[in-house]
Design a protein around this ligand. Structure first.
Ligand SMILES: NC(=O)c1ccc[n+]([C@@H]2O[C@H](COP(=O)([O-])OP(=O)(O)OC[C@H]3O[C@@H](n4cnc5c(N)ncnc54)[C@H](O)[C@@H]3O)[C@@H](O)[C@H]2O)c1
Length: 329
């Protein structure tokens, strides 16, 4: 199937789909024929001062196959409304892209409970609300063999007698801040770590319905990259490099994950930085020690950790340090 019509007939909701990476994803899915709900309230980077005109303008430009939904997606009722809008306007929901995020950085020893709760609700809970609102419908669509009415697809595993739903996709935009971390990003990194785990459980729970879920950690020039205030030469170099990476590359990877070719790709953690696509490992035991006898005493445990595990300890480096190389653009 060609790139131009690969997503014909599919319906997508893209949270934060009116700016930056979300906009690149909305444009890519629409260019491949999908109908798109641009679920973006047009807020500032910290989640304040919403502006509905941002999503309305994007939907206007994309035309008949797009609608704007401009409520705050961190409210459970908004998730249901966005799904209802997709059903009413386009008759189904096949693709959910959890992309909207905000930042309220503060060092761990200067906590703000309000900022923590807002970031977790916005960057993690909102994705749970939307997945929760969309997946019951996606399961029903799977049982009914939506989009396979012509009977050209084969397979019987979801009980559709020769018709198999191959359309369902859920994609969470995460961040390498969750795997390495950056100073002051407790709430953002924790939310993204949670979103990575949410990806795995969604992939497991939806497996029998043939609906995939994957996570993508992007790097791209957006208003967020522009906002970085370098505290040292290393961060200044990171920012300079970040400003050279177009968000369209993220759109390409998400476009692939939504395509028929990725029907059996699920539970995976990707990264994308310009032309480079990465597959990240996911935590698995890499070394182990076992107590001789009933249990460890602390002296023996300390000695054995030093001898057997210390060599494999993860280095405490930030993702700014790890990805401070020239991107392939
Ligand atoms: N830019 C990067 O290099 C980078 C790096 C790592 C991860 N990410 C992730 O990629 C995604 C997109 O980032 P970006 O740089 O394009 O950000 P951005 O700030 O440019 O765009 C985010 C969009 O989300 C919308 N939004 C935020 N909260 C919302 C809410 N509650 N309801 C509705 N809309 C809401 C905003 O209005 C905005 O249009 C985010 O999940 C971000 O964490 C980006």
């Amino acid at each position: 199937m060609s790139d131009t019509n690969a997503l014909e007939g599919r319906v997508a909701i893209i949270t934060g789909g009116a700016r930056g990476i979300g906009l690149a994803i909305s444009e890519m899915l629409a260019a491949r024929g999908a109908s798109v709900i641009i679920a973006d309230n047009g807020c500032d980077i910290d989640g304040r001062d919403p502006d509905p005109s941002v999503a309305q303008e994007v939907a206007g430009k994309l035309g008949e196959q797009a609608r704007a939904y401009t409520s705050d997606m961190s409210v459970p009722a908004a998730a249901r409304e966005a799904v209802d809008l997709a059903m009413e306007e386009f008759g189904g929901i096949d693709i959910v892209v959890n992309n909207a995020a905000i930042l309220r950085d503060t060092l761990i020893f200067k906590p703000s409970v309000d900022d923590w709760d807002t970031v977790i609700r916005n960057n993690l809970s909102a994705a749970y609300y939307l997945i929760g609102a969309a997946t019951p419908i996606m399961r029903e669509q799977s049982k009914a063999g939506r989009g396979t009415e012509d009977g050209t697809e084969d397979g019987t595993e979801n009980g559709t007698e020769g018709r198999k739903y191959t359309w369902g996709r859920i994609i969470n935009l995460v961040s390498t801040a969750a795997f390495y971390g950056n100073y002051g990003q407790a709430s953002y990194a924790s939310a993204k770590g949670g979103l990575t785990s949410l990806m795995r459980i969604t992939a497991l729970d939806m497996m029998r319905s043939g609906i995939t879920c994957n996570a993508v950690a992007p790097f791209a020039h957006t208003r967020v990259t522009e906002m970085i205030e370098p505290a040292n030469d290393e961060q200044a170099a990171y920012k300079e490099r970040g400003l050279t990476v177009p968000a369209t590359h993220v759109g390409n990877l998400v476009g692939y994950l939504c395509s028929p070719a990725a029907q059996d790709v699920s539970g995976q953690l990707f990264g994308v930085r310009g032309r480079e696509v990465m597959l990240f490992s996911q935590p698995r035991p890499i070394a182990n020690i076992v107590a001789v006898g009933d249990e460890w005493d602390s002296d023996t445990l300390a000695r054995t950790v030093d001898m057997e595990l210390r060599g494999d300890f993860a280095e405490l480096v930030t993702d700014l340090e790890i990805f401070n190389t020239d991107p392939k653009i």
